[in-house]
Design a protein around this ligand. Structure first.
Ligand SMILES: *[C@@H]1O[C@H](CO)[C@@H](O)[C@H](O)[C@H]1NC(C)=O
Ligand SMILES: *[C@@H]1O[C@H](CO)[C@@H](O)[C@H](O)[C@H]1NC(C)=O
Ligand SMILES: *[C@@H]1O[C@H](CO)[C@@H](O)[C@H](O)[C@H]1NC(C)=O
Ligand SMILES: *[C@@H]1O[C@H](CO)[C@@H](O)[C@H](O)[C@H]1NC(C)=O
Ligand SMILES: *[C@@H]1O[C@H](CO)[C@@H](O)[C@H](O)[C@H]1NC(C)=O
Ligand SMILES: *[C@@H]1O[C@H](CO)[C@@H](O)[C@H](O)[C@H]1NC(C)=O
Ligand SMILES: *[C@@H]1O[C@H](CO)[C@@H](O)[C@H](O)[C@H]1NC(C)=O
Length: 416
């Protein structure tokens, strides 16, 4: 969601306080042309064994309620070829904090689509992958060159590429590293990597603002998805041991629960599960946790720590997911944090502290650099809970969840 008045005000204040980043936000045509001529995409490959899949493809569409998306004939036909996830939730509103969550395991209180930058002492999914050299990449349709950091492209006219839909570019730990930046590529490079068999083991795919429903609707995005995926589903190289997640960043109606239509496809899905549905409670954080459990990687110690694992992964790793009573769960508001520009803007300097101990749902503990950076500090939120904290005085307090242990005992919990 985009508010022109807020945007203008924010940009005006940024121009004063962050003059040093103004070319970064709006590079000149000459700067863009120079970078286009010199910055080459980087496509590392790896073959790290995964327990339930060896490649993960995360594709995000925009701003649509579950029930609206479920009526789209293209999307529902695709879902029938895989596993429909009936209770997959986005974590807040608007768009950018959800993309941020997918890479950083937290929203840091972000409640806006601004030019947010997350400091270098905050780790991401890229750091997790790098512990085992699991090759990763992003494919952002119409990003003009690898690692472009501008606010949008083109800089005027119809929306095309936007920074707010690019998860890893929000993090200084990525933008400070020229090699990492070169792993953030466009669709031209996607098709080259497909042809040359140089796709990474994890990729995040963002269609442009027309194709992802943001500036159109789910009918348009459903057609795009059908056209994009149909040839890929027949491509042996692409499909081999691959798990594809098609989901939405957030629901469309902010006053309803933030449940988004999501399904899994790909060669990693066993035959007997094709055409089934899964009612387990998942969030965007479940994806980080599942990737960690699948490849044997540590946790970020944030909301990925307690998240439910995709059933395919939970089964392979003997993890027991929580049953969550989501009747009163909305996940449609934010919490205090430094990226808040609205409700919690006075918390600007309070970066949430992650966990520094515990095994987490992936079972492999916390990333070393996280333990070193935050040693001795108490975690800000209950990151071991499968339900991310929502509002301070809000509507996901008192939610019940439970799980049945292997010995038959049932543990009951309630969010506070
Ligand atoms: C992380 O960096 C931010 C911004 O520079 C700083 O405010 C914060 O204190 C740092 N956190 C730790 C634990 O060093
Ligand atoms: C994609 O990126 C390449 C550089 O890697 C650039 O030459 C090309 O123009 C870009 N394509 C689009 C459609 O932006
Ligand atoms: C979005 O991508 C499509 C191709 O996938 C292209 O035709 C279109 O021009 C792009 N941009 C806009 C603003 O539609
Ligand atoms: C999307 O827009 C098209 C063209 O305006 C329209 O035909 C279609 O019914 C719309 N889809 C939905 C779900 O509203
Ligand atoms: C959003 O959901 C609320 C609550 O269900 C409903 O009253 C309202 O009409 C919906 N708004 C739109 C634009 O559909
Ligand atoms: C969040 O959803 C609840 C329940 O539908 C609604 O009452 C509340 O107004 C929503 N909050 C916001 C900020 O939209
Ligand atoms: C945090 O979540 C865990 C796991 O769900 C639970 O055992 C614990 O009681 C919670 N702690 C608090 C303070 O709510």
């Amino acid at each position: 969601m985009f508010n022109q008045a807020t945007f203008t005000a924010v940009m005006a204040s940024l121009a004063i306080t962050m003059a040093q980043t103004s070319t970064e936000q709006y590079p000149s045509a000459a700067e863009i042309a120079a970078a286009q001529a010199s910055v080459k995409p980087y496509s590392p490959v790896s073959k790290v064994h995964g327990k339930a899949f060896s490649r993960f493809v995360d594709i995000w569409l925009e701003n649509t309620d579950y029930t609206t998306a479920a009526l789209d004939p293209h999307l529902s036909a695709l879902a029938k070829q895989g596993i429909l996830l009936e209770n997959y939730f986005a974590v807040t509103h608007p768009s950018e904090p959800n993309y941020c969550a997918s890479a950083g395991g937290d929203t840091f209180g972000m409640d806006n689509d601004n030019f947010n930058q997350i400091p270098a002492n905050v780790s991401t999914i890229a750091d997790l992958f790098d512990t085992k050299k699991v090759a990763w990449g992003e494919y952002q349709e119409d990003i003009p060159y690898p690692g472009y950091q501008g606010f949008r492209y083109p800089e005027s006219g119809a929306n095309d590429y936007v920074r707010k839909h690019n998860p890893l570019i929000l993090f200084d730990s990525v933008t400070n590293d020229p090699t990492r930046l070169r792993q953030i590529k466009n669709f031209t490079t996607f098709y080259q990597d497909l042809e040359h068999h140089t796709l990474p083991q994890y990729m995040f795919i963002t269609p442009n603002m027309t194709n992802d429903a943001h500036d159109t609707n789910v009918t348009f995005a459903g057609t795009w998805t059908h056209n994009f995926l149909t040839p890929l589903l027949e491509n042996e190289y692409f499909m081999e041991d691959t798990l594809i997640l098609l989901t939405f960043d957030e629901s469309g109606n902010y006053t309803k629960p933030n449940r988004v239509y999501s399904f899994l496809l790909g060669g990693a899905i066993p035959k007997h599960l094709k055409g089934t549905s899964d009612s387990t409670f998942y969030t965007h954080y479940s994806v980080i946790a599942s990737l960690s459990a699948n490849f044997g990687l540590p946790s970020l110690g944030r909301w990925d720590c307690g998240a439910n694992l995709l059933s395919l992964v939970a089964e392979e790793t003997n993890y027991i997911n929580y049953d969550v009573d989501y009747t009163d769960l909305n996940l449609n508001v934010t919490y205090p944090g430094p990226e808040s520009a609205n409700v919690y803007s006075k918390y600007t300097d309070v970066w949430p502290i992650p966990l520094t101990s515990g095994s987490c749902s992936a079972g492999h503990g916390i990333l070393d650099i996280v333990k070193r950076t935050y040693r001795g500090k108490e975690a800000t939120y209950n990151y071991t809970s499968p339900i991310p904290y929502d509002a301070k005085s809000g509507n996901n307090v008192g939610l019940k969840y439970s799980r049945k242990l292997h010995n038959g005992r049932i543990e009951h919990y309630e969010t506070v």
